[in-house]
Write a protein that binds this ligand. Structure first.
Ligand code: CP
Length: 307
């Protein structure tokens, strides 16, 4: 991480870098469990979240991560800023940088938008989700949770089921899990499963039972109705019948399997409440781990900038 200024995606992030982020996140977890929840890691730093799309988990966890480490944290949402007056992304980014931002954390509906910003500002840029491309910090917190629960990522059998086509979480997990040596299977209806994924060495299947059988990790993905054209599957009811993760499907996984979802969930569509709320569900832990992982990343990136 010493050489890295931005985190724009998991593609190209090495296993050494991933291990370093996850190791530092483990230390950050101790700060989160302390009574004062305060450290001086980011004293004097200024962090801005620039979100052109809605978010609960990602935006709040970055803001809380910054505040727990004594940085100043500010938020701009597209709907209440001068973006509505026609200001370009680059002008907005440069404006924030002139005000002293050390890190801009950005979510945008267009794939590649954070990459464009990173080429036009001097501060660090973190991709908090760009279109259908990547959501690297979600994959990092997912991998942190897997490693925490299973001891290692290497060799884990991971089944990822849902709207793979529109999912930036799927793409970031694809690159990250491949790098860390997991055995990954993606499962979706044919209309939501990009065939080019197969070239990366993962398995693809339309059969949820085949995907989940013997898996160590089962991850549901949200059906992203906001990014879909109509006609990609006949109905939500039919999707749930053939691809939903319910008790019967969950029982096919390894007896110690964990059940994950990046959130927000459509309960009763891609996952039933009985699985989402079961003892082996890690969905709440993923949210908590997200703060620790984002603390680690902010620390490592700003340390590099000030080095
Ligand atoms: N998982 C995730 O990105 O959630 P938010 O959209 O709430 O940030």
């Amino acid at each position: 991480m010493q050489q890295r200024k931005h985190l724009l995606g998991m593609r190209g992030v090495s296993a050494t870098e991933i291990d370093e982020i996850l190791d530092v996140a483990n230390s950050m977890k101790h700060i989160l469990s302390a009574p004062s929840k305060k450290s001086a890691h980011l004293t004097g730093k200024s962090i801005v979240t620039l979100f052109y799309e809605n978010s609960t988990r990602t935006r709040m966890s970055f803001e809380m991560a910054a505040k727990y480490m004594s940085a100043s944290a500010s938020n701009i949402s597209a709907s209440t800023s001068s973006i509505t007056k026609g200001e370009t992304l680059i002008d907005t980014g440069r404006t924030l940088e002139r005000m002293g931002s050390d890190v801009i954390i950005m979510r945008h509906p267009m794939s590649g938008a954070p990459h464009l910003l990173s080429r036009n500002v001097h501060c660090s840029v973190i991709n908090a989700g760009d279109g259908m491309n990547e959501h690297p910090t979600q994959a990092l917190l997912d991998m942190f949770t897997m490693r925490d629960k299973k001891g290692t990522i290497k060799g884990l059998k991971v089944a990822i089921v849902g709207d793979v086509l529109h999912s930036r979480v799927a793409r970031s997990n694809l690159w990250g899990l491949q790098t860390m040596g997991a055995d990954v299977t993606f499962c979706a209806p044919a209309t939501l499963l990009p065939p080019e994924f197969e070239q990366t060495g993962v398995h693809l299947t339309f059969d949820v039972k085949e995907a989940v059988r013997g898996a160590d990790v089962v991850m549901g993905l949200r059906i992203q109705r906001e990014r879909q054209q109509s006609g990609l599957f006949p109905s939500v009811r039919e999707y749930n019948q053939f691809f939903g993760i319910d008790d019967e499907i969950a029982a096919l996984a390894d007896k110690d399997a964990i059940f994950m979802h990046p959130g927000p969930m459509n309960r009763g569509v891609e996952i039933t409440s009985s699985v989402a709320d079961c003892a082996r569900s890690t969905i709440d832990e993923q949210v908590a781990n997200g703060v620790a992982v984002r603390m680690a990343l902010l620390f490592l990136l700003t340390r590099r900038v000030s080095a």
